[in-house]
Design a protein around this ligand. Sequence first.
Ligand SMILES: NC(=O)c1ccc[n+]([C@@H]2O[C@H](COP(=O)([O-])OP(=O)(O)OC[C@H]3O[C@@H](n4cnc5c(N)ncnc54)[C@H](OP(=O)(O)O)[C@@H]3O)[C@@H](O)[C@H]2O)c1
Length: 329
Amino acid sequence: MRAMMLHDFGDVSNFKPGELPRPEPGPGEVLVRIAASGVNPVDTKIRALAPAFAPRLPAVLGMDMAGTVEAVGAGVTDLAVGDEVWGCVGGLANMQGTLAEYVAADARLMGRKPKRLSMREAAAMPLVTITAWMLLHERANIQQDQFILVHGGTGGVGHMAVQLAHAAGVRTATTVSTDEKAKIARSLGADETILYTEESVAEYVKRLTDGQGFDAVIDTVGGRSLDASMEAACLEGIIASTNTRSSHDLSTMHAKALTLSVVLMLLPMITGVGRERYRAILDAAAPLVDAGKLTPLMDSHRFGLEDLAEAHSLLEQGAIVGKAVVDID
Ligand SMILES: NC(=O)c1ccc[n+]([C@@H]2O[C@H](COP(=O)([O-])OP(=O)(O)OC[C@H]3O[C@@H](n4cnc5c(N)ncnc54)[C@H](OP(=O)(O)O)[C@@H]3O)[C@@H](O)[C@H]2O)c1
């Protein structure tokens, strides 16, 4: 099968197209013919920084995919040949990624693809949808009478968080960098938008919450944004974050009795524990997708397997709006 191989960690020139034997599905696994592979910031971090969970080289990266089940391994009873699936299934540790024509992956990491979406659209969604779901429903535990803040409402995770919050009937404000992105965020269901480049935290907390702060803050940015999140949260509020590898003065957390809750959605893939949570969240999200309440914001670039280096570069430059996807077939 055709695959895009990473031969060394570092810059994008280390990607080279190659050929690999088609994998066989083991027990509990499904062989998927991949139609499209979604690109996420974590893929660029693995390529550039070789974190502890990076795969051994040469490696096939790529976590998200949509495709068609070609064969099932022993013990798989809930998916069948011909099923269209979506999932976040590999690209780290000893798990082959999705930048290839086929992947043999743990069936618990995928579900049946929502019918309304094309393969490209479906491949854009799993990792960010699972992450946003964990942030909102497993960590922040959002409720209908709340007013929450989502940072980066047109980013990969952010645009799913805005839509999931809207679908749950929760009032949502979101930070964006431009008027154009503010318009997109409103079209996704954001009730209020904040140009974080122009308005201070104190100003928007006063304007939108009468100085009280937000019940929950969803922070996928981290660093100085985590300080902003502490300032923006209400007394006894909660911050749910994906990015906490940084040092902070926690006195604001203490003074306001805040909770900080971290999501590391890759853990089930890394540890092998709790992988059924991916399927459960994808199955809960699929009806929302088919009802038109959850839609991926697709970046306008089109990439084939041979254009992967360009896709990684644009994502790293912040030049992708919404999600980038690589077409495989
Ligand atoms: N721990 C986990 O489980 C997990 C899971 C998924 C993702 N992540 C991480 O979370 C981060 C976001 O992922 P993603 O897929 O959403 O990335 P993305 O698609 O690149 O989106 C990033 C967003 O952040 C916004 N942003 C940047 N600086 C900001 C600031 N100071 N204030 C508010 N918004 C700001 C950007 O908006 P503008 O362009 O408007 O500035 C952009 O919309 C990445 O670092 C990723 O690796 C972690």
